[in-house]
Design a protein around this ligand. Structure first.
Ligand code: AMP
Ligand code: MG
Ligand code: MG
Length: 311
């Protein structure tokens, strides 16, 4: 690989390849049928797929980019990172992504400046319940607290390419350069909201109620909900509750921004992605595929609800 390719572009290209491998691990664990479910907290689960996919991603990226910080969702205190199956160690990089023009502000970025947020399996509840298309693998790349590139891999997406059936797809975004891996579509004509399927509560429901949406879609995962925005299935993603973490939003925020959209908390503030930031996104999620829809949704959320989340 040419070292003349800027670091951020090489890292994004490697992340695209690694996410695909992690997605295969997610499918393999399900096919074997031994999910090894552990309850981490209330409505918060981990499976063998979450654990193994994270080990694959962290081992592969840290071998290639040893000086950057990588923060993964799953605690694996007993894991020895060099003790993983050799075919989990990915060294490839996506050829098309390697050709991208690096945005000017990112050309000089060094490994030490980068924090990568990894959600090896977003939508674990849905994975255990068989809603497999909701599942994604998320790799978010941040510099100076901001998401600058992201990968959303969907291990169970089915397509046909030249008569051949394919499983899995990888969507990526580099704000200021390009998005890829899907066909962008305009938002729907009427207001369609996408929100949580498995983590609702009275605050979440109150925010949905005031929106007067034509339709509310309840699906799993922050990654999948942002894909629905990108593909014109939904207009706005509303989640007026704590619960999401930095690894849930970093990659989706970057991909959405690269497509002209915006992801903030429910008060309209941007989250920060430095390594020292607290993991929980306490003040919820509000995302839309363009600035206009985002402002509209923000204006609909009552102040009293914003105050409740902010306190
Ligand atoms: P959802 O929209 O409910 O699928 O959530 C998106 C992401 O945030 C998933 O990774 C969830 O596990 C996480 N999340 C949201 N709410 C909660 C919660 N109350 N407890 C644990 N995780 C949550
Ligand atoms: Mg998640
Ligand atoms: Mg997860």
């Amino acid at each position: 690989m040419s070292t003349s390719v800027p670091l951020i572009v090489r890292l994004l290209a490697s992340s695209v390849s690694v996410a695909g491998r992690a997605g295969k691990i997610v499918r393999d664990v399900m096919s074997k049928g031994e999910l090894g479910i552990v309850e981490k907290g209330k409505d918060d689960y981990q499976t063998e797929a979450d654990r193994s996919a994270q080990r694959c991603i962290i081992a592969s990226l840290s071998a290639q980019f040893p000086k950057m910080s990588i923060i993964g969702e799953e605690d694996n205190p007993n894991d020895v990172e060099d003790d993983i199956p050799s075919d989990w160690l990915v060294v490839d990089a996506d050829k098309d992504v390697l050709k991208l023009e690096c945005p000017p502000g990112l050309r000089e970025v060094k490994e030490e400046d980068i924090v990568v947020w990894v959600d090896p399996l977003d939508g674990t509840s849905e994975y255990t319940q068989g809603f497999l298309e909701h599942v994604t693998v998320l790799i978010g790349i941040s510099v100076n607290e901001k998401p600058v590139a992201g990968v959303i891999h969907q291990p169970y997406f089915k397509s046909v390419d030249g008569g051949e059936k394919k499983i899995g797809r990888t969507i990526w975004g580099l704000p200021g350069a390009a998005v890829g891996g899907f066909t962008p579509a305009p938002p729907p004509d009427s207001l369609i909201i996408t929100t949580t399927r498995s983590h609702s509560n009275p605050l979440v429901e109150r925010a949905l109620q005031v929106m007067n949406a034509a339709q509310i879609l309840r699906v799993g995962g922050a990654g999948y909900k942002v894909l629905q925005l990108l593909e014109g299935v939904a207009s706005v993603y509303v989640f007026a509750s704590p619960g999401c973490k930095k690894w849930d939003t970093c990659a989706p925020e970057a991909v959405l921004a690269a497509a002209g959209g915006k992801l903030t908390d429910i008060l309209g503030n941007m989250y920060k992605y430095g390594a020292a930031e607290s993991r929980p996104n306490k003040t919820g999620v509000l995302a839309a595929v363009n600035e206009e829809l985002h402002s509209f949704a923000l204006s609909q959320i009552p102040q009293e609800l914003k105050d409740k989340l902010a306190k």
